[in-house]
Write a protein that binds this ligand. Structure first.
Ligand SMILES: Nc1nc2c(c(=O)[nH]1)N[C@H]1C(S)=C(S)[C@@H](COP(=O)(O)O)O[C@H]1N2
Ligand SMILES: [Mo]
Length: 269
């Protein structure tokens, strides 16, 4: 996780201060907890057209997001509250660049890159994989978001990200569900399989979790994870896998590079 001394940051574009996402976060923060959770669900359902999830019942017939919310003695669960909280957003003018972590970013041919996705296959169901080009991801609704990237080393920076919501990807390509069941986890791995992270599916479908292809007004460059990286601002930097090669939807907690080295598997903040 050392800095790359050879890398110099691209200049930042001028950009207007204030953005709708900031207003949304502010409004959410001022709600009561209960209203926040209910409002959060409504916002999620409206956000990326991911109503598809709500129409896919779990084993007992309850759509799984609601099942999660109601899990704790039939009441709204604290876990879901944490997962639907929004990370604060910032004016784009605050964005800056730093580079950290090169595992899995060795030699690479961008022209040959395809995103490989292994769809959820519950026991007994056939495995399915699907390939995507960067253009497929860029065809999804474009989200522009300025949030903080926090590293477990103790520093943090504000970064402007552009990409597709993971939830919009799943709304178009329902690869996380099969036979009325949803995967519990998502595994993301670099093309060379050197760096890998695991996330709960609920974190992956958080409205601020992006499949990101632009950073601070430019296409991602190699040291920042070209052509596609994960951004998930409620988690530490270690979960923001650069250069996604494979995404898999699974039930077993996936391997995680830094968890194997002793860091907290969730790495939320
Ligand atoms: N492939 C890959 N992704 C990675 C890492 C890495 O070593 N390899 N390091 C992580 C860590 S620890 C951080 S803090 C962020 C840093 O992102 P940045 O280089 O864009 O600042 O990338 C994360 N993603
Ligand atoms: Mo980090």
């Amino acid at each position: 996780m050392e800095n790359n001394p050879d890398y110099s940051a691209p200049p930042l574009p001028a950009s207007p201060a204030g953005e709708p996402a900031a207003a949304v976060a502010q409004r959410a923060a001022s709600r009561s907890r209960r209203a926040f959770i209910v409002g959060g669900l409504a916002a999620l359902a409206g956000v990326g057209g991911w109503r598809w999830l709500l129409t896919r019942p779990d084993a007992d017939g309850t759509p799984w997001p609601f099942r999660r919310v109601l899990d704790a003695n039939g009441r709204l669960s604290q876990a879901y509250f944490r997962e639907t909280r929004l990370a604060p957003t910032f004016p784009k003018s605050k964005a800056t660049t730093r580079q950290n972590g090169n595992v899995g970013l060795g030699s690479f041919d961008p022209a040959a890159w395809r995103l490989q996705v292994q769809g959820y296959a519950p026991p007994g169901a056939p495995a399915r994989t699907q390939e995507f080009t960067l253009a497929d991801i860029q065809a999804l609704p474009r989200v522009d978001m300025t949030t903080e990237l926090k590293c477990i080393e103790g520093w943090s920076i504000v970064v402007n990200w552009v990409g597709a919501r993971f939830s919009d990807f799943l709304a178009k390509y329902p690869l996380a569900t099969a036979n009325g069941h949803s995967a519990r986890y998502v595994s993301l791995v670099t093309p060379d399989e050197e760096y890998y992270v695991g996330l709960d599916l609920s974190n992956a479908i958080h409205p601020q979790t992006l499949l990101c292809y632009e950073m601070n007004g430019r296409p991602l460059d190699g040291p920042h994870g070209a052509p596609l990286r994960l951004v998930t601002p409620l988690k530490y930097g270690i979960k923001h896998l650069k250069r996604i090669g494979t995404i898999a939807f699974v039930d077993e907690r996936p391997a995680d590079y830094w968890a194997e080295l002793g860091y907290d598997w969730d790495s939320g903040h």
